[in-house]
Structure formats: structure tokens, C-alpha cells
Design a protein. Structure first.
Length: 192
């Protein structure tokens, strides 16, 4: 079946065109759409394990999963920039929360350099803006690398791949809280 609107080849399981969201004519009525069951792909299962930190996760409707899935679609198309409000407002705490420690350290060092060179509060927004624009790309790049590592480590074992992705992904609340407390302590000590 071919989409009448954009010409994309549709599979029999596509309710809507993945490119333009046009309804698939094979799905004749809204009741067919309501009866359709979502069958996750291997990619969905891997991404869910990575985002949630749980290899058995089947939460395909969580905001984090859906945002990461959208970001991965952009990443696979070669799009480098998008916007991440969490990364903008919680810079660099969000990176630590999402276990992107190296990038968090780089953002922190850049923020310190900018703060020491320029005494303008407006320019201190450079790091949060850059993080808001490029965070999704770096998170997808990291996921892609971890997925490749999982495939190399466990070539024929999907469960072990998901376990590996769950360990490497997910969230780290403890280190985030420690970092927040240390950051607040440093700010208070600098003001004394």
C-alpha cells in the first residue's frame, strides 16, 4: 500500500503514514484504529530499557520515552539541533540525572570559563541555551553508542542487550542530589 498524500510505502500494520500522518486506507474505519494493538519493535524495547533504566520496561507512553523516540527520529535523519526544556532549565543537573557525566563536566567547565571571562549575566545564558539546543543530539548519540556496544557484547541475546542498555541508561537520582547539594554549598560559601 502506498500513501496517497506523500507516496510513502505503508505496511499493513501502519494505521497512519509514518511520514505525513495520513490515515492508511486499509484501516477502513475509526473502530479498526481503536481495535489495533501496539506491537513494540525491538528498537522500541531497547529504547524503553535505556530511557527507563529497566530492562523489562513496557512503558511506551511515558513522556521521557516519547521525547527520546522523537529525538531519535531527528537524530536518524541527521538533525543536530532541537530543543529540550529540561536541559535548558536544569543545566547541567539534567545531564547528570540522565547519566551523561562527561558532557555535564564539559558544560560545567564551559560555564566556569564563561563566568570567569565575562561578567555579564546575559552571557551566562550561553551554556543553558547550548544545552537546550544540543542535549537531545548528544543523548541520542550516547544511546546509539551504547546500543552498538550492546550489539557487540551480546550479538544474539536481546535480553542481555536490554539489561546492558538499562544499566548504561536510565536515571541517577543519588548523584544528582549530591551534585545539587554541593553546588548550593559552593554558592553559599562564595557569598560569605
Amino acid at each position: 500500500m502506498i500513501c496517497k498524500k506523500c507516496g510513502t510505502i505503508l505496511s499493513s500494520t501502519d494505521i497512519y503514514c509514518p511520514k505525513c500522518n495520513e490515515p492508511n486506507p486499509e484501516w477502513s474505519s475509526a473502530s479498526d484504529v481503536d481495535k489495533a494493538e501496539f506491537t513494540p519493535s525491538v528498537d522500541d524495547l531497547n529504547l524503553s530499557a535505556y530511557v527507563s533504566g529497566n530492562a523489562l520496561s513496557n512503558d511506551f507512553e511515558s513522556g521521557a520515552f516519547l521525547r527520546m523516540k522523537d529525538a531519535m527520529l531527528d537524530f536518524n535523519k541527521g538533525k543536530v539541533s532541537s530543543w529540550n526544556w529540561w536541559a535548558f532549565f536544569l543545566s547541567p543537573f539534567y545531564l547528570i540525572y540522565r547519566k551523561n557525566y562527561i558532557l555535564a563536566i564539559l558544560v560545567l567547565v564551559l560555564a566556569i570559563i564563561i563566568d570567569s571571562l565575562v561578567k555579564s549575566n546575559a552571557l551566562n545564558l550561553i551554556c543553558p541555551i547550548l544545552q537546550g539546543v544540543f542535549c537531545n543530539y548528544f543523548m541520542c548519540w550516547r544511546y546509539d553508542n551504547k546500543l552498538e556496544e550492546a550489539h557487540k557484547k551480546y550479538p544474539d541475546n536481546l535480553e542481555a542487550q536490554r539489561e546492558y542498555l538499562a544499566i548504561k541508561g536510565g536515571r541517577n537520582i543519588v548523584i544528582t542530589v549530591i551534585y545539587v547539594v554541593l553546588s548550593c554549598s559552593i554558592i553559599v560559601l562564595r557569598r560569605l
